[in-house]
Design a protein around this ligand. Structure first.
Ligand SMILES: *[C@@H]1O[C@H](CO)[C@@H](O)[C@H](O)[C@H]1NC(C)=O
Ligand SMILES: *[C@@H]1O[C@H](CO)[C@@H](O)[C@H](O)[C@H]1NC(C)=O
Ligand SMILES: *[C@@H]1O[C@H](CO)[C@@H](O)[C@H](O)[C@H]1NC(C)=O
Length: 347
């Protein structure tokens, strides 16, 4: 896929911004913009299958834009059936598209946000990307959309945000679905050294298709064959790194990694009041800080085959499934196996 012309993308964004953000004073509630948006928005040119809407809001003393898709349920819709899908750190909301189709067919309206800092959302540089803040941003989007209660599903980093969302807003969650969530262990307690924001930033600056694919092969599809259909998700990311916001995005990754490493959710799992469904791939070996850790620490990290059952035992109301042989992204690696479990749980 080609990067869109920087000039037309920038002028489209700035003309949009002056229009959509036109407000006389900071508006903490925010507004929804559902007019045209440029194909290349905040550095992401990946095409989304449903209209991209924008939630413009004021937070941490700045104007932010959260891109999202809002897929209506077909025909007669029980308005209590709403699902919110939270993407992983190396993915975007659009990675959930097939899942959204399955859920709408099952009668759900599906909301798919790009987290602040990611994909088609704005990438503030001076911002606390703490997990509570990301959960609060999702909640404020739901408030503006008039959605009081939802099924919240999160993958990887999105699973950590979904868990935090469940802890912060138990009355607003019907059920939680966690798919290979991050945070089932305290990486730092296991020996991961402090990773300075600037070090992550420097490392992220050189990311490209080759390095991203190598990371995903090693961490997400460990020991499994690489399938051509994964390429587009790597290209989607590589284009962000290569685009106008590449350096900003690399820095966001530094801030996000810092937040995730220093905010273990592991200890809070027993506090979850929400009905929770946890699924993990048996072969998942994903862990933050692995690349910066000595071998004896690496050996202790990311064993989802053990972390999954242990986390399920810590969560008060949890149903657990482990996918034999699958890695970090079971919905990409074996969609049929994934949907079989998901749809059986939705019944
Ligand atoms: C936010 O946007 C409004 C409207 O465009 C503008 O008046 C204000 O100065 C902006 N605030 C910041 C902190 O950029
Ligand atoms: C990607 O980055 C790596 C490491 O910086 C470099 O060796 C490689 O040539 C780059 N590949 C492409 C396709 O740019
Ligand atoms: C788990 O949650 C479900 C749905 O809210 C509820 O019906 C059930 O009683 C809960 N079970 C326990 C052990 O709390």
């Amino acid at each position: 896929m080609r990067i869109f012309s920087a000039f037309s993308a920038i002028s489209a964004i700035s003309s949009y911004a002056s229009f959509a953000l036109a407000q006389s004073s900071p508006d903490p509630v925010g507004t929804i913009y559902d007019g045209d948006v440029p194909d290349n928005l905040y550095g992401s040119d990946y095409p989304y299958p449903w209209p991209v809407k924008l939630y413009n809001f004021y937070n941490q003393r700045q104007n932010l834009t959260m891109a999202f898709m809002d897929v209506p349920a077909p025909c007669e819709h029980d308005k209590n059936k709403v699902a919110v899908l939270l993407h992983g750190g190396n993915f975007c909301s659009v990675t959930w598209s097939d899942t959204a189709r399955r859920l709408t067919a099952a009668g759900y309206r599906v909301i798919m946000p790009d987290d602040i800092g990611f994909c088609k959302s704005s990438k503030p540089q001076g911002y606390s990307y703490n997990v509570h803040q990301q959960a609060e941003n999702i909640k404020s989007l739901l408030n503006v959309l008039g959605i009081e209660k939802a099924t919240v599903m999160g993958h990887s980093m999105g699973g950590m945000i979904a868990t935090r969302f469940g802890l912060m807003y138990p009355d607003n969650v019907d059920q939680l679905f966690l798919v290979d969530p991050l945070g089932l262990e305290d990486w730092v307690a296991k020996g991961v050294p402090y990773v300075p924001v600037d070090a992550t930033y420097q490392g992220q600056l050189t990311q490209n298709f080759t390095t991203l694919k190598a990371y995903e092969q090693a961490s997400y599809f460990h020991g499994a064959e690489w399938k051509p259909q994964y390429d587009k998700w790597v290209q989607m990311l590589a284009n962000i790194y290569a685009g106008d916001y590449g350096s900003d995005y690399a820095y966001v990754m530094g801030l996000v990694t810092d937040a995730l490493l220093s905010q273990p959710i592991f200890y809070h799992l027993p506090l979850l009041k929400t009905r929770t469904y946890l699924m993990v791939g048996e072969a998942d070996v994903t862990a933050l800080g692995k690349q910066q850790s000595p071998p004896e620490v690496v050996a202790k990290l990311g064993h989802y085959a053990e972390l999954g059952p242990a986390a399920a035992a810590m969560i008060p109301n949890c149903t657990f499934h482990m996918f034999p042989g699958l890695g970090h992204a079971p919905f990409l690696q074996d969609p049929e196996a994934f949907y079989k479990v998901l749809l059986s749980w939705l019944d």
